[in-house]
Write a protein that binds this ligand. Structure first.
Ligand SMILES: [Zn+2]
Ligand SMILES: [Zn+2]
Length: 89
């Protein structure tokens, strides 16, 4: 059994169908047997794009299209640098 069966990305229909993600910190073993913590949705089991240790990570599902978007309302383009904290585009 893959360790990642319970971690879905934005190309999974269950993640696409999820109306409002309920993000919770979720601890699991990575492919290299190291402990990892990611934001995971309690409803669809989608994992968030941003890292758990970031203060204001992107909370779109992993592999999402369009801009990154944090809960604070800050957004920035894929592959681009996020604006400084407090900046509102
Ligand atoms: Zn969800
Ligand atoms: Zn993102």
């Amino acid at each position: 059994m893959s360790a990642h069966n319970d971690l879905l990305t934005s190309d999974d229909p269950r993640v696409l169908a999820c109306v409002q993600h309920g993000w919770r910190a979720y601890r699991y073993q990575s492919a290299w047997n190291t402990d990892r913590v990611s934001w995971r949705c309690v409803w669809c089991h989608g994992v968030a794009c941003g890292d758990w240790r970031e203060t204001d990570p992107c909370m779109e599902p992993y592999h999402h299209e369009g801009d990154h978007r944090a809960l604070s309302g800050v957004s920035w383009p894929l592959g681009g640098n996020r604006p400084k904290a407090g900046f509102r585009g």
